[in-house]
Design a protein around this ligand. Structure first.
Ligand SMILES: *[C@@H]1O[C@H](CO)[C@@H](O)[C@H](O)[C@H]1NC(C)=O
Ligand SMILES: *[C@@H]1O[C@H](CO)[C@@H](O)[C@H](O)[C@H]1NC(C)=O
Ligand SMILES: *[C@@H]1O[C@H](CO)[C@@H](O)[C@H](O)[C@H]1NC(C)=O
Ligand SMILES: *[C@@H]1O[C@H](CO)[C@@H](O)[C@H](O)[C@H]1NC(C)=O
Length: 337
């Protein structure tokens, strides 16, 4: 009887969501019944469904006590003549990019894709589609949003695939694939003037955080090269000699390579602001511990010679842009990618 307190039975054309089941009063389900029995009340019927492995809903009739357990649901339709259906609810939300659903269709989608896979639970995953052996008639009963079609004795539904996207402002961040995952990169102008009371690195992190990212780390030659391309697009001076440190220009891009101690004792005393380990290096001259007038770490900049310069002499005059980064987010889309 544990559901008595949570099952709301007074409903009219509305969905009452309880802990385990939603009472779909005002809706009819297109579903398959696999067990028919009789229980004292709807809560008992819910109990029965809950302990039965394949049960995902039930139909309960107050007047007769008939309790029919359901193991397949193909559609939920608004129909005021029905107040007998209950559908299992799940806390796992299944969202598919570009598919906007009514409350009941969303509940159905959440339930059909409860294990959050590429196909509805129980369907076979083929390379480009999901299939289920089913009659043509039953295949036609699926809610239209599921895009089911019938072919060669099988009911077919498109695959759901994961697609990486930039979490914020997809048009200005560049989506890139690296061996450690998908990332979004963006180069922005530096802050004006002195960052005080913030340090240079904290001010760079702040500027990146303001646009939803963080002060960039670089972990491969490919990523370094992408960063440099974006940096060059921001240069407002023409570069006449890429091999020279200043490259004929006088601009540099800050990257999140820092010294947590504030001191630099050899190249490998450096770490990334985002706490990832230094796995790839592209040092320019320095970092140095021996130069008396700049022993304390301030900022690492990439100069037009494409190398990482830590504590570049008079760096503030050259520091012009900031490299920002964020981890790409996966969204689910319809179809194979
Ligand atoms: C509601 O269900 C009844 C009984 O199955 C059916 O006759 C009727 O056409 C349905 N109404 C709508 C609007 O679908
Ligand atoms: C799914 O169906 C909708 C309309 O029902 C259609 O617009 C869309 O193109 C279909 N998508 C696929 C992948 O079949
Ligand atoms: C760091 O690496 C660069 C380039 O390899 C080198 O020129 C520089 O001397 C190194 N600095 C230290 C302190 O090891
Ligand atoms: C990196 O680690 C430090 C110290 O544990 C922490 O304060 C900081 O928030 C971390 N930064 C990021 C970006 O996770």
């Amino acid at each position: 009887m544990k559901y008595l307190a949570t099952l709301y039975l007074i409903c009219l054309i509305k969905v009452c969501v309880t802990v385990n089941f939603a009472h779909l009063c005002g809706y009819s389900l297109t579903a398959d019944t696999f067990v028919e029995c009789s229980t004292a009340d709807a809560a008992d019927c819910a109990d029965l469904c809950d302990v039965t492995d394949t049960c995902i809903g039930f139909e309960y009739f107050e007047e007769t006590g008939d309790c029919n357990l359901i193991n397949a649901i193909r559609n939920v339709e608004s129909n005021y003549t029905f107040c007998s259906f209950y559908m299992k609810t799940t806390t796992k939300q299944m969202t598919i990019q570009g598919r906007s659903l009514s409350t009941t269709d969303q509940m159905l989608q959440n339930l059909l894709y409860e294990s959050q896979g590429t196909c509805p639970d129980g369907w076979r995953t083929a390379s480009t589609k999901c299939t289920l052996k089913l009659s043509e008639e039953k295949c036609a009963e699926f809610a239209s949003f599921l895009n089911a079609s019938y072919s060669n004795g099988l009911c077919v539904i498109p695959l759901i695939t994961l697609k990486p996207i930039c979490p914020t402002d997809v048009t200005t961040w560049a989506l890139k694939a690296y061996s450690d995952g998908y990332y979004c990169l963006k180069v922005i102008p530096r802050f004006a003037g002195s960052p005080a009371p913030l340090s240079y690195v904290d001010a760079c992190q702040q500027a990146c955080a303001n646009i939803g990212g963080y002060f960039a780390s670089i972990h491969s030659a490919a990523e370094n090269s992408d960063m440099i391309c974006m940096f060059f697009q921001h240069l407002t001076v023409s570069i006449t000699d890429f091999t020279a440190i200043n490259g004929g220009g006088s601009q540099g891009m800050a990257i999140g390579l820092i010294s947590v101690t504030g001191q630099i004792v050899g190249n490998w005393s450096m770490s990334w602001y985002d706490n990832t380990t230094v796995t790839y290096k592209n040092w320019g001259g320095g970092p140095e511990t021996t130069v008396a007038d700049r022993p304390v770490f301030q900022l690492t900049i990439i100069m037009p010679d494409t190398f990482w310069h830590t504590n570049y002499l008079n760096f503030n005059a050259f520091f012009d842009t900031i490299a920002c980064k964020q981890k790409a987010r996966n969204v689910r889309v319809l179809g194979s990618v």
